[in-house]
Design a protein around this ligand. Structure first.
Ligand code: NAD
Length: 262
């Protein structure tokens, strides 16, 4: 039963892009534990396989599909492979994302396009390819992993990223309206500082940085699995009346008016 306590996603099929590491891995593991069959998509087969092995060791079902979300042919293959394997798509989590931290003055058009093609176009294309199947089954949950950076706040050097995540806010709301009539909900999650794998490309976010931990009201960076728990809720029957929203998960960080000594 899909809404039994403990396995609220039993019988559901979930695709998680960027599922090989960090937040995507946390979501994949939590969704599998909640009973979903999980399709883990990303560019690196080695880390996708590792996540699938972890899920299978927990008694869950998982399939790795090599996918670059910025390539439409890959996206179409991901959706077709999922249909061939499981016959449906209930949940799509658009989590694959990159940042290229350079100021507006420094960043090249090419690097800007890399960020937009993964974060925004990838989210659009995966949704576009999955939605026809969700419409057919009159059921679907789309969860876009956005950020507080862009929709709510800004960081110096993050223009390309902020623009892509800000656009995901508008996309989430507009798509929610277009798809409500089919029983499909669309929501975004806006994480603050969440621990990243030390080996991941880009900014290091360690949960051992005393300075970073101290700057966050709850006294620590978040764990990927905590974002996973929120995604499980948004994908569950308990969230059936929630659509077009953005939920911040940041330990209270962005509500602080000002930091500093007075
Ligand atoms: P991460 O680098 O571990 O995760 C990103 C994943 O996406 C990686 O597995 C990467 O291989 C994959 N990926 C990148 N480009 C891809 C592409 N073109 N096609 C397929 N897969 C691709 O880092 P993370 O911090 O866990 O980031 C996950 C998501 O969460 C991103 O969208 C990021 O913007 C967002 N986010 C993270 C934080 C944070 O503090 N960690 C905060 C806000 C938002």
């Amino acid at each position: 039963m899909s809404n039994s306590i403990g396995t609220p996603l039993a019988g559901r099929v979930a695709i998680i892009t960027g599922g090989g590491s960090g937040i995507g891995r946390g979501i994949a593991i939590r969704m599998a534990r909640a009973g979903a069959s999980v399709v883990v998509a990303g560019r690196r087969m080695d880390i996708l396989d590792k996540v699938c092995d972890e899920i299978k060791a927990l008694g869950g079902q998982a399939l790795a599909v090599p996918t670059d979300v910025s390539q439409k042919a890959d996206v179409d293959k991901l959706i077709q492979t999922t249909i061939d394997q499981y016959g449906k798509i209930d949940i799509l989590v658009n989590c694959a994302g990159i940042a290229n931290v350079k100021t507006f003055v420094e960043i090249s058009d090419e690097k800007r396009d890399d960020v937009w093609n993964t974060n925004l176009k990838g989210t659009w294309d995966c949704s576009k390819a999955a939605v026809p199947y969700m419409i057919k089954q009159k059921y679907g949950r789309i969860i876009n992993i956005s950020s507080v950076t862009g929709p709510m706040v800004a960081n110096k050097g993050w223009t390309a990223y902020a623009a892509s995540k800000g656009a995901i806010s508008g996309f989430t709301r507009a798509l929610a309206l277009d798809l409500a009539q089919y029983g499909i909900t669309v929501n975004a999650i806006c994480p603050g500082w969440i621990k990243r794998d030390p080996t991941a490309k880009g900014a290091v976010i360690s949960d051992r940085s005393a300075k970073l931990n101290a700057s966050i009201p709850l006294g620590r960076v978040g764990q990927p699995e905590e974002v996973g728990d929120l995604a499980v809720f948004l994908a569950s029957d308990g969230a059936a009346y929630i659509t077009g929203t953005e939920t911040v998960i940041d330990g209270g960080n962005i509500i602080q008016e000002q930091k500093g000594d007075f």
